[in-house]
Design a protein. Structure first.
Length: 488
């Protein structure tokens, strides 16, 4: 059987695959998602969307849907240290982490993908992949037999054990898990001393927080006595409760587990995010200890970075080498992610007396606003910038290293027609945006690709980052980052 894959085939219908598909379909690209599962999983691995992910969703007009289904948490954690990371100091419309189960995130992204006309083939497992100069050929099983499909590009968003990565011959070097941790979504029959509990002692590290459904709590345990238990060994409620009792002195009467699982600190990074017409995004490109709740978040940001570039090339709006900037921009972000989760892994592991002293010192350091902000920005993904321009500057504009590729917060703009609009509300279509001050000479970019791929607005910023004050015009990338500027 032959399946019509459209112009881009996305393998994997998890959060990252769905997000890439949405970005492509938004621009009218014909896109298909091939997902091996017939139904979404009911358990949520991720529970949080951090500030940059919320901005990414807001850039496409989707944040309200997520905000309506989640709960704002003004802080996050680093290695379950006692001093929390304070997101409230960040300059953003989203100075918090949104507590939202992964199942809800996936449901909302799938809803959006379907609205945009994405073809989602559930129960379709990709098993073969072959590239020709013009297309990528896929084969798999699904729909009661085998099937073939072809597309101009393939995005492998098929998770940590990515078949696409293997079939494209992309190495995935790194280290196997050296420790295992346990999680349980359970009912507590005794109250917690605080709404959420973090404890660290020589007996281990415990994180206990409400799951948001009014019924369950998520318990995550690092028990030094149990770290060598193989990941494949099933977790029992008694095992979890015993570890919790050892750390907290009580198991809070835990019962009726909805989900019990073991996870580890396997740390691997694809050597490249692109092999010809095949791209990797999300867990297919990077795996690590889920510390600080970052994997899904970074994956969504991979997806946005790749999406608009594929649109530009597929629509003939940008030259093909634009696609190489995906690797240039996102691979270092993946490397940085692995580095920060390894650092958290070491701190979690530090339950011996020297380690406890180290944890106490780092926790104390985090009471310093500058240190706290540095790690809060890291987890929020606000420390990401892309100083190298992705395309040659349009006539009359330049790429200024200090600001190129920096994220723009969602500031207000007093527009020519007298209406005040938010910057992000002008980016919902995923196009470049030319932002011109009323006093600026008329410099609408005409040269390809800019003319056909750029919306323009004349407006005076109300607020916005300090460093933008001197600029007359600003060309904003489709992902809300600074592209090019024109000086007065
Ligand atoms: C315990 C735990 C807690 C976590 N907490 C957080 C958190 O709080 N915040 C956070 O950001 N991240 C967290 N993560 C990480 C997060 O869950 C992942 O990073 C995220 O799911 C990655 O999304 P993805 O779409 O790349 O991959 P996946 O979610 O793994 O989706 C891949 C999809 O591809 C499909 N697939 C696989 N192979 C094929 C094939 N050959 N053909 C077709 N389909 C295929 C799979 O069925 C799956 O649906 C956590 C992870 C764990 C284990």
């Amino acid at each position: 059987m032959t399946r019509d894959a459209g112009e881009v085939a996305v393998v994997g219908g998890g959060p990252v695959g769905l997000m890439v598909a949405c970005e492509l379909a938004l621009a009218g690209v014909a896109v298909s998602v091939f997902e091996r599962r017939t139904e979404r999983v009911q358990q949520s691995r991720a529970l949080s969307l951090h500030p940059r992910s919320l901005e990414v969703l807001a850039l496409r007009g989707l944040a309200d849907r997520f905000m309506a289904r989640g709960q704002r948490l003004p802080n996050g954690h680093y290695a379950v240290l006692e001093t929390r990371l304070d997101f409230s100091v960040l300059e953003t419309a989203f100075p918090f982490s949104l507590f939202i189960p992964q199942t809800v995130t996936e449901a909302l992204l799938e809803e959006r993908a379907r609205e945009l006309g994405v073809n989602i083939h559930r129960g379709h497992l990709i098993t073969r992949l072959q590239q020709s100069p013009e297309e990528v050929h896929l084969e798999g099983t699904g729909g009661g037999g085998t099937f073939r499909a072809a597309a101009r590009y393939v995005v492998g968003a098929d998770g940590a054990r990515s078949a696409v990565r293997t079939l494209a011959g992309i190495p995935f070097p790194g280290a196997d898990a050296t420790m295992s941790l346990v999680l349980g979504d359970v009912v507590l029959t005794e109250p917690l001393p605080h709404p959420a509990l973090t404890l660290s002692s020589p007996k281990g590290v415990l994180l206990l927080a409400p799951l948001g459904d009014g019924i369950h709590h998520r318990a995550v345990v690092f028990d030094p006595e149990r770290t060598k238990v193989p990941l494949s060994e099933p977790v029992t409620l008694e095992e979890l409760a015993r570890s919790v009792r050892a750390i907290a002195g009580t198991d809070f009467g835990m019962k009726t587990p909805f989900w019990l699982s073991r996870f580890g600190n396997e740390t691997r990074h694809a050597t490249t995010y692109r092999e010809g017409r095949v791209f990797l995004a999300g867990d297919a490109a990077h795996v690590h200890l889920p510390a600080g709740g970052q994997g899904l978040n970074v994956g969504l940001q991979d997806a946005m970075n790749l999406g608009w570039k594929l649109v530009g090339v597929l629509r003939g709006l940008a030259p093909e080498p634009l696609l190489d900037s995906y690797q240039r921009e996102r691979h270092p972000v993946g490397a940085h992610l692995l580095q920060n989760t390894l650092s958290q892994s070491a701190l979690l592991h530090a339950t011996h007396p020297e380690g406890q002293a180290l944890r106490a010192s780092v926790s104390k350091l985090l009471t310093l606003p500058a240190a706290n902000r540095m790690l809060a920005e890291q987890i929020a993904a606000f420390d990401v910038a892309y100083p190298d321009p992705v395309l040659p500057a349009p006539p009359g504009m330049e790429a200024v290293p200090e600001v190129t590729g920096k994220r723009l917060p969602d500031f207000a703009l007093r527009c020519e027609d007298g209406v005040t609009r938010r910057l992000y509300s002008l980016m919902h279509e995923g196009r470049w945006l030319m932002l011109r001050r009323p006093s600026a000479p008329h410099r609408e970019p005409q040269a390809a690709p800019w003319g056909a791929w750029t919306s323009a607005v004349t407006a005076e910023p109300e607020g916005g980052p300090e460093e933008l004050r001197p600029w007359q015009s600003l060309l904003v990338r489709p992902d809300g980052r600074i592209g090019y500027v024109a000086r007065a």
